[in-house]
Ligand binder design. Structure first.
Ligand code: HEC
Ligand code: HEC
Ligand code: HEC
Ligand code: HEC
Length: 396
């Protein structure tokens, strides 16, 4: 944490030593894909807007913050709330700029205006015309625009930047290859920020003098670099790890987001298909005592309590894997309407079995398998999953 303080101080000393040199800190961020918080399913998980705000708040308020496209992963009403939260975190940063991609654009024009207001006017360009937000914005020593794919003709944008004495920077909705060819076509660009699902490279990459940078995706990393007298230095990747404290102001924005998710009633609006009825673990007790005892002692029995404690009791992003039968008309509705299904219960793995519990000779319950585990124990939410080890813990 001290590091940022020292860097900032160093900048001042430098400015005094050579009056004409001016250091600007630049933060590359982007492709948040609606990830406001680390998944929470395994620790330590990296990421989230609360830790990101902690890093930013160590920096000078004139820091240029580039937020490249794909704030959200889709155009659902819940994504709109996520975009609101990200926009709100940008409001107190005069040199923040966000490039709006396809997903934001599909939220609709009303949302674009709302986001621009929430961020106090930090948006530049939409991925597709007609543009209702400016084509470019000044941010510190830069003129910043966005480009969808690598083929935008930037000649007039670059001319305008150079006329203003500003360094042109592009946030690109495209991959590293597209960023490199853009830098080759327009060598005057100071930086091209691209999209990537991988961790950012640990050392700075250049094409000519153009910095080719990414911050990865899902709000897991930031990349910091310093712009001094028309040159880049001090490139570093900042992983948003658990050692970073949560920023209280961003915490309040996140809490408001969760409250809006509760209020939005999104869980009740999920599509459901009819199935046979569910009974809950208690309905199995008379004939499968051992299985019920094992299950009662397992974490599956507490899975809904876990997310409730974290404030995600009504969050469709979490509930599907932490309850039973969310996709069924007979499945989990709420802890009061369907208390017996507020957990990863027997029937999440064996299928709805109330008929079987009532008449086991007529109705057979389904057997389960390793494949049933992988729907929830996927690489993102259960990176250490190993069937034999995990099964051993719940064998019944
Ligand atoms: C794709 C399914 C899936 C989704 C979606 C999901 N979880 Fe989980 N969650 C799991 C699994 C599987 C585990 C158990 C991981 C393990 O122990 O390997 C888990 C465990 C947890 C734990 C317990 C961590 C611990 O160390 O005891 C918490 C807390 C949690 N999830 C919170 C959340 C929250 C909050 C969300 C939504 C933002 C969420 N989960 C969404 C599948 C999911
Ligand atoms: C009234 C007693 C009774 C109740 C209650 C009951 N079962 Fe069963 N269950 C049986 C019997 C008997 C068998 C063995 C049937 C067979 O092998 O055909 C069985 C077998 C099973 C099997 C193995 C199926 C197979 O093909 O080997 C599963 C899984 C199962 N039950 C799940 C459940 C679940 C889940 C519940 C609660 C919702 C439940 N049972 C409630 C009596 C019951
Ligand atoms: C519907 C989603 C879902 C399915 C399917 C599922 N799990 Fe889980 N599992 C979870 C969640 C959620 C947790 C975390 C619960 C908590 O900590 O609150 C978990 C936790 C566990 C744990 C505890 C891990 C620990 O840290 O101690 C084990 C073991 C486990 N699961 C094994 C399995 C196995 C084996 C299968 C397949 C036969 C399976 N699970 C299928 C959602 C699921
Ligand atoms: C996380 C998934 C999961 C949960 C939860 C779960 N089971 Fe199972 N169960 C399995 C798997 C996997 C098997 C082994 C494959 C099989 O026989 O279906 C199994 C096996 C069984 C069997 C057959 C055992 C045998 O003799 O072959 C019964 C009966 C059964 N489970 C009942 C239950 C009951 C009752 C509950 C709830 C109290 C429960 N299960 C909860 C996944 C699960």
């Amino acid at each position: 944490m001290k590091l940022f303080g020292i860097l900032g101080f160093g900048g001042i000393v430098l400015a005094l030593a050579t009056p004409q040199s001016k250091q600007t800190t630049v933060i590359f961020s982007g492709d948040a894909s609606g990830k406001l918080a680390p998944c929470g399913c395994t620790s330590p998980m990296i990421g989230g807007i609360k830790r990101k705000a902690t890093v930013l708040n160590q920096l000078d308020k004139q820091t240029v913050w580039l937020e490249n496209t794909a704030l959200v992963a889709n155009n659902s009403p819940q994504s709109a709330l996520k975009a609101h939260a990200i926009a709100e975190t940008m409001r107190d940063w005069p040199n923040a700029v966000a490039y709006l991609g396809d997903n934001e654009q599909q939220l609709g024009i009303g949302e674009i205006f709302a986001l621009n207001d929430l961020s106090r006017g930090k948006f530049v360009r939409l991925s597709a015309p007609p543009n209702t937000v400016p084509d470019f914005r000044e941010a510190g020593p830069f003129l910043v625009t966005g480009a969808h794919g690598g083929d935008r003709n930037l000649a007039s944008f670059i001319d305008q930047a150079l006329e203003k004495g500003l360094a042109p920077v592009v946030m690109l909705d495209g991959d590293e290859e597209a960023a490199i060819s853009m830098a080759r076509a327009f060598p005057a660009l100071a930086a091209v920020e691209y999209r990537s699902q991988d961790a950012p490279p640990t050392t700075a990459k250049f094409e000519g003098t153009t910095l080719i940078a990414t911050a990865g995706n899902q709000t897991r990393w930031l990349v910091q670099a310093n712009w001094i007298d028309g040159k880049w230095s001090g490139y570093q990747v900042i992983a948003l790890g658990p050692e970073l404290a949560d920023d209280p102001a961003a915490g309040r924005i996140y809490a408001r987001y969760l409250a809006a998710v509760d209020k939005g009633g999104f869980l009740a609006q999920l599509p459901r298909s009819p199935t046979a009825p569910y009974g809950g673990a208690k309905a199995c007790l008379p004939c499968h005592q051992k299985a019920v005892a094992v299950w009662n002692g397992s974490k599956h029995a507490l899975s809904y309590t876990t997310i409730s404690h974290e404030g995600h009791a009504h969050d469709p992003d979490c509930v599907s894997c932490h309850v039973t039968g969310l996709a069924s008309t007979k499945g989990f509705r709420s802890p009061t309407a369907t208390p017996q299904l507020a957990a990863v219960s027997c029937e999440q793995c064996h299928g709805p079995s109330l008929n079987h519990a009532r008449n086991p000779l007529k109705f057979k319950a389904r057997r389960s398998s390793k494949e049933a585990c992988l729907k929830c124990h996927n690489p993102e939410n259960s990176p250490r999953f190993d069937f034999s080890y995990y099964w051993h813990k719940i064998a019944h």
